[in-house]
Design a protein around this ligand. Structure first.
Ligand SMILES: [Zn+2]
Length: 242
């Protein structure tokens, strides 16, 4: 099925073909020529996200990343990087999805006792894709199981030898106040995930658990040196939302 190229496509400048090897004059059909295919793969959110030219996520799809981004920013970066990886399978899910999978979706109390089945359904959800994108932003009421389910999802991925991208909003980072947070989860993420801020106004903090506190918080054990900026500013009152 013939398609017209997107005249505003930044990757082919509207020609429909991208040069992949200039020396040998090799070009490939640009993703914008396959809009139907791309849209059905990316889904309604990502396929309509803002177009951006570059993303720090390029080339990092085999790594575990903890992304700090508001939903709109995350979508733009995810669109950019996933369009460039047509062969990669991915699953874009939320903390509510993993909790539902764990709880077996219905009669909570009865299903919770069938440990094997629960774990099976969580594994079925998180294990298959090449890349799991887990947005920890939906669950809004405390759930005792959630921090454990969150950690288990990450461990299932690790066990399968596959990468995960966690997406947290800068206003709701992975710190003690987050409903997915646990000490074990914090240590796990600190160990295995690289932190990347996609927001221009939120610089990527230094690695370490302190780094995942709200921007402007004082440094922790491995965290930012508070002296660096001229003398340990006191923690700001309130949420400190940008
Ligand atoms: Zn194009």
């Amino acid at each position: 099925m013939a398609q017209a190229a997107d005249p505003k496509c930044p990757d082919c400048m509207g020609s429909g073909y991208r040069v992949v090897d200039a020396r040998r004059d090799v070009s490939v059909v640009c993703h914008c020529m396959r809009t139907d295919v791309v849209a059905s793969r990316l889904g309604p959110w990502l396929s309509k996200a803002e177009r951006i030219l570059i993303t720090p996520l390029e080339g990092r799809h085999k790594e575990n990343l903890l992304l700090l981004a508001r939903p709109k920013t995350a979508n733009a970066h995810l669109r950019k990087v996933l369009e460039g990886l047509p062969g990669l399978t991915f699953h874009d899910i939320t903390d509510a999805d993993i909790l539902d999978a764990f709880l077996g979706k219905s009669d909570l109390v009865e299903v919770v006792t069938e440990a094997d089945r629960e774990h099976g359904s969580l594994a079925d959800l998180v294990r298959p894709p090449d890349l799991l994108i887990l947005r920890a932003s939906i669950v809004s009421y405390p759930n005792k199981a959630l921090p454990g389910v969150f950690l288990q999802a990450l461990r299932l991925r690790e066990h399968a030898g596959k990468p995960t991208w966690l997406v947290f909003s800068p206003g709701q980072p992975f710190s003690q106040d987050h409903l997915c947070w646990s000490e074990a989860g914090d240590a796990y993420v600190d160990d295995l995930f690289a932190l990347v801020s996609l927001e221009k106004d939120v610089p990527t903090p230094t690695k370490g658990s302190a780094a995942k506190r709200a921007p402007g918080a004082p440094g922790g054990p491995l965290g930012v040196n508070p002296v660096l900026m001229g003398g340990g500013a006191p923690p700001r009152k309130g949420g400190g939302k940008p």
